[in-house]
Design a protein around this ligand. Structure first.
Ligand code: FE2
Length: 246
């Protein structure tokens, strides 16, 4: 089943369901925080030298769809929000490994940290991940490629999954992406989508063309990808959320 529908405006968010695991949020109203990315772990980037208007490393990286190297890893820029789409399911299994029996695809191990805008790690943050499979299909009957976890005492997470496939939906062809819903203890909630660099190699697809054709993509939400090593990619993405929670 395909994703994304016109009624899901960017930044839309659902209220937590009473009695659900989301009820740990203490505030009565939830503010969606649009935010900017921390894509850590990127390699050094070449800067064009002969241009009349010199291009910065950051500009070069953005234009090439590469992750932006940040020093330090968190610079306090909030991670941008994105539409939730229609295929989020609550009450997912708590797990850090989404490669369950029957899931085939190009493996990626994602790691990162959830920070507040002051670059303080946010332990106990709930992160839901959901995505389509290697054929571009979402599991709407069960919980394949869906799961939630809580960040560690250092605010970190780790997710083993596959690179999702592109698919054709109501918003046109979607570049491969992983949906995320990040709920800090006490709020707010950040819903966004994570993308893959232009030079990603998976399923024989042209990621540069797919990224360029996607009308929803936010390059600031590009995963810093390295590898593959023995067929497994390593992905890094830090979330930065403006919050008043302690
Ligand atoms: Fe999607």
């Amino acid at each position: 089943m395909r994703d994304d529908h016109p009624e899901s405006a960017p930044g839309a968010v659902r209220e937590p369901r009473p009695g659900s695991r989301r009820s740990f949020i203490r505030t009565g109203s939830i503010t969606v925080t649009a935010a900017a990315l921390g894509a850590a772990g990127a390699s050094a980037l070449a800067v064009p030298s002969a241009a009349a208007a010199p291009m910065t490393a950051v500009e070069a990286a953005r234009r090439a769809g590469r992750p932006i190297a940040l020093t330090p890893a968190c610079d306090g820029h909030e991670t941008p929000a994105a539409m939730e789409g229609p295929l989020f399911k609550p009450e997912t299994p708590e797990r850090t490994d989404l490669i369950t029996p029957g899931i085939k695809g190009v493996e990626v191990v994602m790691t990162g940290t959830v920070y507040d805008a002051a670059c303080r790690p946010l332990p106990g943050t709930l992160i839901d991940f959901w995505q389509c499979d290697q054929n571009g299909d979402y599991d709407t009957a069960g919980f394949s490629l869906r799961g939630h976890q809580y960040t560690t005492a250092r605010g970190t997470y780790r997710l083993r999954t596959i690179i999702p496939r592109d698919y054709a939906g109501r918003w046109g062809t979607r570049a491969p992406h992983i949906h995320t819903m990040v709920q800090t203890p006490g709020g707010p909630v950040l819903i966004t989508q994570l993308y893959f660099p232009d030079d990603t190699r998976a399923y024989g697809r042209d990621f540069a063309a797919l990224n360029a054709a996607d009308t929803i993509i936010n390059r600031a939400c590009t995963i810093a990808l390295t590898g593959p090593t023995d067929g497994v990619y390593a992905g890094a993405f830090d979330f930065v959320i403006k919050t008043t929670a302690p």
